[in-house]
Design a protein around this ligand. Structure first.
Ligand SMILES: C[S@@+](CC[C@H](N)C(=O)[O-])C[C@H]1O[C@@H](n2cnc3c(N)ncnc32)[C@H](O)[C@@H]1O
Length: 302
């Protein structure tokens, strides 16, 4: 990389400049290619928050698995035959759901490392026949219309630069009568009369966006509006920010042990910056700006 483009990157970082869609796509793939091994070494196969009820529980990996089960319970999903895991990480949710319901699951991610690792783990866990992972864009999914009775997206929506296209694609690949579940970071709903977030709030989110390769945020209400516009049925929403709150503290603590610090250094600048941004996330949750939102609905049968 030339000195001019390095300087531009440093300047954009300092100014927390919004990335273009193309830069985001390349950046997300690279970020997860570089950081997923370290995450798996420290935290295992689930790259998402845990379910902290009771709030002082310390079995963090089980808390992550419980989050999947509790979300399914909340959305009244008791069975599925074919699942798409949109933004699948290394496939933890897909494999868990495939085992739980004895169903097929397909996962998509932008990161070649993650897709490859997802398939390796499927093989190791004897799930190669029921789960598979590939590199594909959630905004242009390689699946036909009406393909899945469960469309699952856990902590990937925040990466999507076009929320309408994202929802359109989730809706398109869902079977009529199928369930769509989106669990994602959102900003708070706007109050009546507000046209946007405050400058201070925007500034905090812009710093987080640089670190985690995120585009502009939206609120849970924005998702509900998009789903309503598509004619979705049984739309339900919930804020689980208080349920996942202890997770960040646990991650920050885990990143302070020697193995993690060494791993961080080796994973490069963007992973180190990602670790720093955890503090910003904590602040965002604390002041009620950042929400851990759950949204679910059914695709109508006609
Ligand atoms: C925080 S990880 C969550 C992974 C997984 N859902 C889990 O809970 O273990 C975010 C994931 O979203 C994926 N992602 C982000 N933007 C995407 C896009 N446009 N298309 C497909 N995957 C995307 C990333 O590659 C990554 O796998």
């Amino acid at each position: 990389m030339g000195i001019t483009s390095t300087m531009k990157r440093v300047r954009d970082s300092v100014l927390s400049k919004e990335r273009s869609r193309e830069d985001l796509k390349i950046g997300i793939a690279g970020f997860y290619d570089r950081s997923s091994k370290l995450w798996e070494d420290v935290w295992g196969e689930h790259m998402h928050h845990g379910y902290y009820v009771p709030e002082d529980r310390t079995d963090h990996i089980q808390a992550q698995i419980d989050l999947i089960d509790e979300v399914l319970k909340w959305a009244n999903v008791t069975e599925a035959t074919s699942v798409v895991d949109v933004g699948c990480g290394i496939g933890g949710s897909s494999r868990h759901i495939a085992r739980k319901f004895g169903c097929q699951a397909r996962g998509i991610t932008l990161s070649p490392y993650q897709a490859n690792r997802g398939n390796e783990l499927a093989k190791e866990q004897g799930l190669s026949d029921s789960t598979s992972f590939q590199v594909a864009d959630a905004l242009d999914q390689p699946f036909g219309d009406n393909s899945f009775d469960l469309v699952w997206s856990l902590e990937s929506g925040e990466h999507m630069p076009d929320k309408k296209k994202f929802v359109d694609e989730l809706f398109r690949v869902a079977m009529p009568g199928g369930r769509i579940i989106i669990v994602t970071w959102c900003h708070r709903d706007l109050e009546e009369g507000e046209t946007g977030l405050s400058k201070k709030e925007e500034k905090l989110l812009a710093k987080i966006n640089r670190a985690y390769y995120l585009p502009r945020w939206c609120s849970v209400q924005d998702y509900v509006d998009l789903l309503e516009a598509k004619g979705a049925k049984d739309i339900k929403r919930e804020d689980w920010s208080y349920i996942i709150a202890p997770f960040w503290k646990a991650v920050i603590k885990s990143s302070l042990n020697l193995r993690s610090v060494w791993g961080l250094m080796r994973s490069g600048f963007s992973t180190v910056r990602g670790a720093y941004a955890m503090l910003l996330m904590l602040r965002g949750f604390k002041v009620g700006l950042i929400k851990f939102g759950l949204i679910t609905c059914t695709k109508p049968t006609s």
